[in-house]
Design a protein around this ligand. Sequence first.
Ligand code: XMP
Length: 319
Amino acid sequence: DWTMAGFKAEAIARIRAQVGTGRVICGLSGGVDSSVAAVLIHEAIGDQLTCIYVDHGLMRANESEQVVATFRDRFNIRLVHRDASDLFLGQLSGVTDPEVKRKTIGRLFIEVFEEEQVKLGGADFLAQGTLYPDVIESVSATGGPSVTIKSHHNVGGLPSHMRMKLVEPLRELFKDEVRALGRELGIPEAIVGRHPFPGPGLAIRIPGEVTREKADLLRKVDSIYLEEIRNAGLYDAIWQAFAVLLPVRTVGVMGDGRTYDQACALRAVTSTDGMTADVYPFDMGFLTRVANRIVNEVRGINRVTYDITSKPPGTIEWE
Ligand code: XMP
């Protein structure tokens, strides 16, 4: 009989056999796949594993703290947390084109990751949370398996001198199986059940130029929205939910005064694979409650809209 406990034991044995006494480096993103890969590999080889978390400053509220608290403090995994937000935000200054944003972030991600792995004295293996659908996708896209840091960071491959051997213990699994394995490994539900989050982070939820101030504003809106979704018990029924900071100012009233502040959009969709998506049909009471909280609690936002576009023809993200 196939069981997750059995898979876990076999996967650990395979990792030990592959790695021997070698050193392994793993990029953590805060997402499900890299988290499960890291904890699994850590169970197999302990301190032979070091994780690198490149923080681009475009994560959601408290996410970086949560990554450190979970992996370093709770699982005792060796973790390098590199706050590279000044570098990323500096290089994004003046960039408005969505694809240039992605390329800039992808390039810097590799640069910073490489710098950190050199500081660690290199490693014999690079661990990745590649899933079965990723394997299929890269085979069909290139005619053969290819070595990439997950497409999620939007890069074509590692620099040649970084070509370590790969450890990919999740290669046979689908997403729901990775979640089950994560639970088997004791990873908190807040990470295992988390909505997908794009590699470029909030950068593609801020149409136009990205600045630290805008990212801070968006984080406040986003966390109120997600808190209300969790409180309403809707989080697991939704594929992705997030806020977008609109590059437009609108007029409002606040007390006796007139405001001229920014507008935001809320998005929530259901989906099974992200390829197509339907709008999540919140009731109006929920939406107006969230809108009131956002306008009252986030200085600088005076209007809230709900995006009711399906995919296709819309995309899930705004950029
Ligand atoms: P779209 O917006 O294309 O999104 O409908 C489909 C799924 O992909 C995610 N997404 C990305 N993920 N890097 C990523 O890692 C990206 O550049 C990127 N763009 C979109 C999106 O969040 C959704 O889950």
